[in-house]
Ligand binder design. Sequence first.
Ligand code: F6P
Length: 537
Amino acid sequence: MSQLDAAWAALHAAAERARVRRIADLFALEPDRLARLTLDAAGLELDLSKQPWSLPDLEEALDLAAAAGVEAARDRLFAGEVVNRSEGRPALHPALRAPPGADFKAAGAPVSAEVDATRAAMRAFADQVRSGALTGATGKPFRAIVHIGIGGSDLGPRLIWEALRPLQPQIELRFAANVDPAELAQALTGLDPAETLVVTVSKTFTTQETLTNAETARAWLRAKLGQGADRHLVAVSAAPDRAQAFGVPAGQVFAFWDWVGGRYSLWSAVGLSCAVALGFEAFERLLAGAHAMDRHFVEAPLAANAPVLLALAHVFNRNGLQRPIRAVVPYAQRLRLFAPFLQQLEMESNGKRVDAEGRPVAHATAASVFGDAGTNGQHAFFQLLHQGSDIVPVDIVAVRQASEGDPAAQTKLLANAVAQAEALLVGRSEAEVRAELQARGLPPAEIDALTPQRTFPGNRPTSFLLIDRLDPERLGALIALYEHKTFVEGVLWGINSFDQWGVELGKTLATRVLAELEGGPAGDHDPSTAALIARLR
Ligand code: F6P
């Protein structure tokens, strides 16, 4: 048995022991549990003590990380080696948030000077737009940006804007991702083309949804501004030639590179819309926060490394305890898009059935992720979290200081975050329920009937991430924490976290079906698909 197989076997054995004990009991048995499982990383406090592992189990999990070569893989990532082998590319997002003058190399070629130059161009553009030095075709300053992009070219910027937007922004930022015409129609409604920039973001500049929306938005600009409309077009792409061919003036095309994965790209010019709408200083602070997490990931020993421990906690649940679903609940309305962001980050990165060598995976890979802001989620899916027949581990993110609004309401929000984690942990035993119902004087038959309904099994794991305030630095650190956690999981599972071949088949078939819906000859389909096409034609 290889060292890696032995480490996996030990993790599974540890999880079987964990299955039959209560997490809450571990605190008495392990006096240093809380201290050992609480860590500070780049301004975030992570508490993994409500996870099912004991401290000896944690050692088994750390042995797995060592046997899987997490440190060496991390070093290869940061060295710009070709870690995305099926696409022949590095995945060098840390280079995008390093301070100016860094020395990153992608597959041996220096990249930091280009990164710095693009950042300088972004800053100049953001400053010109915000100061009014750059105006639209009619001489009016820009008051709105419509950001068009999908997947990695959308979710990160959308999350950042929602998290950090001022209550009354100088520049309004709207998003359109879906090819459903409703989304762009809503994004454009009420905006004046003369005051609006359309920023099209597409790594490939071939994505059907994005190009369709970009054409519609360009037509909307041209209807009012004629050829002057081009002044309002901005593009961000790793294929700048295609963006120029589309009609975006060369000076308004911002490049990024094929060594930046789409879902890891918000740190590049993909974040331009946010850099303009929030101001460049906020964008730089976001990068600084992510960089601080990079430093932590590189420098902290495995046993005190937040991305590594979070990944191991998730793997303990996913693989050791066969829990295929995880919930993410930020107790911060401004982070309500964190779950959709993580869905792409984790499920597109690690939703893989073959390993990096093309062999069937030896271990189950990414869990399905879902979630919504607390407390809203408590009135929707928490019933299942507390009493459902499956155990769904939960990541809770709480923000100590409110960004705005009533401080008393913020205290209630925090109380709920803490109480939910406690309730999931301790539950409510049958005896407690009976005692309470007896104290209320209910008749014995009613007590018998109600007790099973009102009992909470507890012993349901949470990770608790506490953030002082939702500022750009901490947001950057939070996102980078989950990026690296996702990478570590990919290393443990032996998969390539940086490709996404699984999205290709649907794209190809959609092109075929579209031709048929537009009147082309009927293709060869299964009877159900053929009937649907016939009905829609
Ligand atoms: O959803 C598939 C995907 O390839 C994502 O990985 C990517 O972020 C998205 O499409 C958008 O791609 P592009 O930036 O090339 O338009």
